[in-house]
Ligand binder design. Structure first.
Ligand SMILES: C[S@@+](CC[C@H](N)C(=O)[O-])C[C@H]1O[C@@H](n2cnc3c(N)ncnc32)[C@H](O)[C@@H]1O
Length: 436
């Protein structure tokens, strides 16, 4: 059957012309490219312009006139300690800082701590945020020592913060300043975290803010847009919970359906121990199998999976190894009780791997102690109807029987990912290859 699939393959069919056109446009700078865009926005703010000119530029040209009403729960944490949100996230190794809602952030948290001791304030998220500013080489509203940080916090708790009282030159109070986040209905706070936190604590749901014209991007958006597999598309291959992703990012694979089938089978068979996800992307399965009690690791070609997995799922340093699966598996004798490999095999069937699909499953077989979970693109999917004709649940099961040493190959049924915009794709069968 595989020979039949290979005969049908024509190099031109393998090309995805839409994707290539988009790539070309991006390379030519004619299509938006998140990371560059996000950095340009920051660089613009860092240009050394005389202070008076900067104020004129910022107030008269870069800000939209008037104030608008924005729901407070759509405001995300932003600039701190004189750094842009991105700089603060990078300097303090907290990629998700600009992806955190103000209402879940340290300022709102501190308002719940009224009456607390200095030690409690310093140990709170607010105290730690201030300390991070200092440790990164800056200060927090002029504070550098612990007692100065506590004084700043106490001024905020007593409603006596400078930035809330300071009258603007016009005689009106300084506005809360925000920037729209690209591809999102959320805003990044540039100035006014304390005022927003206090408004939220008073039970207000919206705030009047001044907004910049130019949208910003978050580091999370930038990393996702740079992942090679996603090729600049606003897609999440595995679920990531980021408020600024909710509006225009599509979660391609819901993943929970496959995980449920895996954990059920493993529980029935009493399998525990170590787990390796080959081609793990940024590690949703690694994280979930870790929560299920497995010593979980991932292996992924794209190095950006590492910072994404750490930020999005709290994966440990080294939990995702990076490199080519074929090379890494070929040079390792290590085995894992459970191995998974999702949506990789068909790329080898289509001739895009460094070896044939038989060699890939042999390597997976060798790395597996007890159970291998595997799925692959199939002929029922619109985008593979011709190129993978004949590659279906029946022929895949035969292929696995023929090229591996497992004693049992069980078809656990199709995934639940055939929904718009991919209603004509997916429905890939999950196979459990078991050694009894
Ligand atoms: C279609 S995605 C599947 C992601 C994940 N397995 C899932 O199903 O949720 C394919 C992933 O495999 C990775 N990949 C492709 N070829 C690889 C290789 N030779 N070695 C390691 N990873 C590879 C890609 O970077 C991408 O993250």
């Amino acid at each position: 059957m595989l020979d039949e699939v290979r005969r049908r393959l024509h190099p031109r069919r393998l090309r995805n012309s839409g994707k290539r056109a988009k790539q070309a446009l991006r390379k030519a700078g004619l299509a938006p490219k998140g990371p560059v865009y996000g950095r340009l926005a920051d660089v613009g703010r860092a240009v050394p312009i005389p202070p008076r000119a900067r104020v004129v530029l910022s107030t008269a040209l870069l800000r939209r006139p008037g104030r608008i009403s924005v729901p407070i729960d759509r405001m995300l944490l932003g600039a701190q300690g004189g750094w842009t949100a991105r700089e603060f996230a990078e300097r303090t190794d907290d990629l998700l800082w600009p992806s955190t809602r103000v209402i879940d952030g340290p300022h709102v948290d501190l308002l719940r701590l009224a009456g607390s001791t200095d030690e409690e304030i310093l140990a709170s998220p607010y105290g730690r945020m201030a300390r991070r500013c200092v440790d990164a080489g800056g200060h927090y509203f002029g504070a550098r020592t612990n007692s100065e940080i506590v004084a700043v916090a106490r001024r905020f708790l007593s409603g006596d913060r400078d930035d809330e009282r300071r009258p603007a030159q016009s005689g009106r109070s300084d506005p809360i300043l925000v920037a729209p986040i690209r591809g999102s209905d959320h805003y990044q706070v540039l100035d006014g975290h304390h005022r927003l936190a206090r408004a939220f604590a008073r039970g207000e749901t919206t705030a009047r803010v001044v907004t910049k014209w130019m949208p910003v991007t978050t580091p999370l958006q930038d990393l996702l847009l740079r992942m090679s597999w996603l090729d600049g598309t606003k897609e999440l291959y595995q679920p990531i919970d980021g408020p600024e992703l909710a509006k225009s990012w599509t979660t391609v694979r819901r993943c929970t359906d496959r995980l449920e089938k895996m954990t059920k089978l493993l529980a029935e068979r009493g399998v525990t121990g170590s787990y390796l996800d080959v081609a793990s992307c940024y590690g949703w399965f690694v994280a979930e199998m870790g929560h299920a009690g497995f010593d979980a690791q991932g292996l992924e070609r794209d190095p950006l999976a590492v910072p994404l997995g750490r930020a999005a799922y709290g994966l440990r340093e080294g939990q995702i190894g990076t490199g080519d699966a074929v090379e890494l598996l070929a040079y390792s004798d290590q085995t894992y009780d459970v191995v998974s490999c999702f949506s990789l095999l068909h790329h080898f069937v289509l001739g895009r791997g460094s070896v044939g699909p038989e060699a890939l499953v042999k390597l997976l077989d060798r790395a597996t102690g007890k159970v291998l979970f595997i799925d692959t693109g199939q002929e029922n999917e619109a985008w593979f109807r011709t190129s993978l004709a004949g590659w279906n649940a029946g022929t895949i099961a035969s292929f696995l029987r023929q090229h591996t040493t497992f004693t049992e190959i069980t078809d656990l049924g199709p995934d639940d990912d055939a929904h718009p915009p991919y209603a004509d794709n997916y429905g890939r069968h999950l196979f459990a290859c078991i050694r009894t």
